[in-house]
Design a protein around this ligand. Structure first.
Ligand SMILES: *Cc1c(COP(=O)(O)O)cnc(C)c1O
Length: 455
């Protein structure tokens, strides 16, 4: 399967490019997949092979790979004004309009937006905002950040410290002062005999104990994805945010909703917080924000944090932070178009329409004796492979079951993602029933083949 010639795209990829989050032995055996273009939800490689991308790129290419309107919005803006910053009181008209739009569609009655180039930088920026405003208010010691194990908030030194994954230990992370609560995964973390409501109550008690142990006046903020994404698509247990939010409020700790995956339609709602019935103090957005057509992230502050950051900034005459490309006019024009496409051209509606169909397929696969859990929300889901369903025993790690399933899928023209022992599906919002059928047919064939091999 791997083209061995030194001039092959696979060899050239290996020669001069690093891969992110890539199992190098797999690449050694199989070679890289070098892609040239996409059509709708499909991508094509240098050999002309076609793949249905069940992960919409990295969750973000929700309008597909050839949306004419998005490409046109980019071209038009490149012709009009191809780049500018948002420093020194200057910013593009597109940036002004995008901020108005983001506040309008946010759950906030009023607010303000700060731009970055990625989700990691947006989380990083939010942490700096909290440190800055607590410091300005005379609470220099309010610096600790609480997140959850298995959470994914990015890869910069600060956002990786927020990310609750064991792999960050290779960098000597997390930094001091980044604290991680139990992953809110009832199926895996619930104790024998514990109901979902009792599980939620236990996690809420754990949060309060942590706050009291550390000292409320040392905590800067709490960040959470409404549904953990790269942790394996883990929806919260019943009543989770309703149980946690009053505790955070009691101790004056801002609740930040990391909506990088959930935002703009993935759950069938504009925001994940909306899907779970809570209003946070700020929202972190990226990925779908531009439907993946431009690197961009945004911090959207609700009214209280807006007012507090404004006051802190006025006290020293500025907020000393920003990226060269913050609020890029082309990114802003694309984001404006992407929001319109998602919210007004039927994409979010298609997510809501397809969700029951998607869920029915997931439930059917749960009949497989080696699928322990089928979970999800809206158009994202994960299937958890288990060696033994009754005891929820995972397969031996050296079997690399989920990687084998994903590789087998790739061989059959389907891209999906192994995460731990689960397979993640997060298709583009332009999927049809027949794309869903194709996705599950290919996945089911791969599951059968791999489970037969490892049984
Ligand atoms: C992807 C992701 C990030 C990081 O975004 P990058 O653009 O990759 O830096 C942060 N939070 C969540 C929830 C994400 O899924």
């Amino acid at each position: 399967m791997k083209d061995q010639s030194p001039n092959s795209w696979e060899a050239r990829a290996d020669a001069h490019s690093f891969y992110g989050f890539t199992d190098l032995p797999t690449i050694e055996n199989r070679g890289a997949t070098v892609l040239t273009h996409g059509r709708g939800p499909y991508v094509f490689d240098v050999h002309g092979r076609q793949f249905l991308d069940a992960n919409s790129g990295l969750w973000n290419m929700v309008a597909g790979f050839d949306h004419a309107g998005l490409a046109q919005a980019a071209k038009d803006q490149y012709d009009r004004f191809p780049g500018y910053h948002a420093f020194f009181g200057r910013m593009s008209d597109q940036t002004v309009m995008l901020s108005e739009k983001l506040v309008e569609v946010s759950p906030f009655e009023s607010g303000k937006v700060f731009y970055t180039n990625s989700g990691s930088e947006a989380n990083d920026t939010m942490v700096k905002m909290l440190w800055f405003l607590h410091g300005s208010e005379g609470h220099d010691q309010r610096r600790k950040i609480i997140t959850r194990k298995n959470a994914y908030h990015g890869v910069t030194a600060v956002s990786a410290s927020m990310t609750g994954k064991p792999y960050n230990s290779v960098f000597g992370l997390p930094l001091p002062g980044f604290l991680h609560l139990t992953c809110p995964h009832y199926w895996r973390e619930g104790q024998p005999g514990e109901t979902e409501a009792q599980f939620t109550a236990r996690l809420a008690a754990e949060l309060e104990e942590m706050i009291l142990r550390e000292g409320a006046d040392t905590i800067a903020g709490f960040f959470a994805e409404p549904v953990l994404g790269a942790g394996g698509v883990i929806p919260p247990p019943e009543g989770y945010f309703q149980a946690l939010q009053p505790i955070l409020q009691k101790y004056g700790i801002p609740l930040i909703s990391d909506e990088v995956i959930c935002g703009f339609g993935r759950t069938g709602h504009t925001w994940g917080c909306e899907a779970y019935g809570f209003v946070p103090d700020a929202i972190i957005s990226s990925k779908n924000l531009t439907a993946g057509y431009f690197p961009m992230g945004a911090v959207i502050l609700g009214p209280q944090l807006t007012q507090r950051l404004q006051a802190a900034s006025e006290a020293i005459e500025e907020f000393p932070h920003g990226f060269t490309a913050s609020g890029h006019p082309v990114g802003s024009a694309i984001a404006l178009k992407a929001i319109d496409v998602i919210m007004n051209e039927g994409l979010a509606e298609n997510v809501r329409r397809l969700t029951p169909y998607f869920e029915a397929h997931m439930q059917r696969l749960l009949e497989n004796p080696n699928i322990g859990e089928a979970r999800g929300k809206g158009l994202m889901g994960a299937l958890e492979a288990v060696q033994d369903k009754g005891s929820k025993t995972p397969f031996a790690a050296e079997l690399s079951v989920s990687e084998r399933i994903a590789n087998t899928c790739t061989d059959h023209g389907l891209i999906c993602r192994p995460l731990g022992q689960s397979i993640v599906l997060c298709p583009a919002f332009i999927f049809t029933e027949s794309h869903i059928d194709e996705m599950f047919e290919k996945l089911e064939a791969a599951l059968k083949q791999v489970f037969r091999e490892v049984a």
